[in-house]
Design a protein around this ligand. Structure first.
Ligand SMILES: Nc1ncnc2c1ncn2[C@@H]1O[C@H](COP(=O)(O)OP(=O)(O)OP(=O)(O)O)[C@@H](O)[C@H]1O
Ligand SMILES: [Mg+2]
Length: 280
């Protein structure tokens, strides 16, 4: 749906732009296949296959350096894979074995919005200015409309009263919630979260995860990199375990966390659940 379409519902009021929750049996929104990526001699992604249906929450876990961020950045057009294909329902459909046109890369970027580990807010802009920046500058949404949408979204995460303050006047959890609102304001089809709570003090993690869980319950489609297994257990339709640039194992959260099939998955989960190895 075009941002200039006056019938487009508010992201906050009408749920996700990708439409009502489809659940795991919903229509396919994104299909990635055979994604590969090297940085110099280092092959970071080796034939990654990923299907995301509308309304689905896919959680990506795996050790540091396994390629999780590179997968998200590839889906968002921030990184260009060396090979493979990314197809969004309604376009674009990109084959990375041929050179990517600039407009294809922008088309890919338009379909998703990313929330980073650090919020990346502009320090010299107020909360409201941060949220309307993308819609007004990039998507050419009329300012009064962008402001109305931004306020509705800020209200939704309990931050309307902070509209006119600067990021340094917010707690880390509040900053991250503004980061989420900034992504929602772009009305993307797909939300990409890259360890959205790992830079937060422990007592702030819950607030941010609650917002993400609520968005999932509303039917937003998302891929979430996180080590918060309680969130994955509660929200994920599918969990993917990555190691060495490969998706080693994929299953529902219950299966993944209670009955992992691969030794690498078992070792990884054991390390998260029991970081001090107290049973050793
Ligand atoms: N722009 C880059 N140039 C060179 N190497 C890179 C670049 N981006 C990532 N890498 C390397 O690619 C590998 C995968 O990185 P990536 O950030 O995708 O891992 P990750 O699973 O997200 O790790 P973490 O859990 O630490 O965030 C790492 O070895 C990393 O050093
Ligand atoms: Mg990462």
């Amino acid at each position: 749906m075009s941002r200039t379409d006056p019938t487009r519902p508010l992201p906050s009021a009408g749920g996700p732009a990708s439409g009502p929750a489809g659940g795991p049996a919903g229509e396919v929104l994104l299909q990635a296949s055979g994604l590969s990526k090297s940085f110099g001699d280092l092959q970071v992604l080796r034939s990654i296959d990923l299907t995301v249906r509308k309304g689905e929450v896919v959680v990506l876990i795996g050790p540091s350096g396994s390629g999780k961020t590179t997968v998200l950045r590839s889906l968002n057009g921030l990184e260009v894979p060396d090979g493979g294909r990314i197809e969004f329902a309604g376009g674009p459909d990109l084959d990375f074995s041929t050179p990517l046109r600039r407009r294809d890369r922008f088309a890919l970027r338009d379909r998703s919005a990313m929330v980073f580990q650090q919020h990346n807010l502009f320090p010299h802009k107020t909360v409201l200015e941060n949220v309307i920046e993308g819609p007004v500058q990039v998507q050419k949404v009329p300012k009064d409309r962008a402001v109305a949408e931004a306020q509705a979204l800020l209200d939704r995460v309990g931050l309307l009263a902070k509209r006119d303050v600067y990021p340094h006047q917010l707690s880390g959890g509040q900053q991250q919630r503004v980061g989420i609102v900034r992504a929602l304001a772009l009305a993307p089809s797909l939300l990409l979260f890259d360890e959205p709570t790992s830079a937060l003090d422990p007592e702030l993690v819950g607030d941010v995860l609650t917002v993400i869980k609520e968005l999932a319950d509303e039917g937003w489609t998302m891929v979430v990199v996180t080590h918060e297994l309680s969130f994955a257990r509660a929200a994920a339709d599918e969990v993917l375990f990555m190691d060495g640039g490969v998706i080693v194992e994929r299953s529902g959260p219950r299966e993944m966390f209670t009955n992992p099939q691969h030794e690498r998955t078992r070792q990884f989960l054991d390390r998260i659940l029991n970081p001090l190895h107290e049973d050793d």
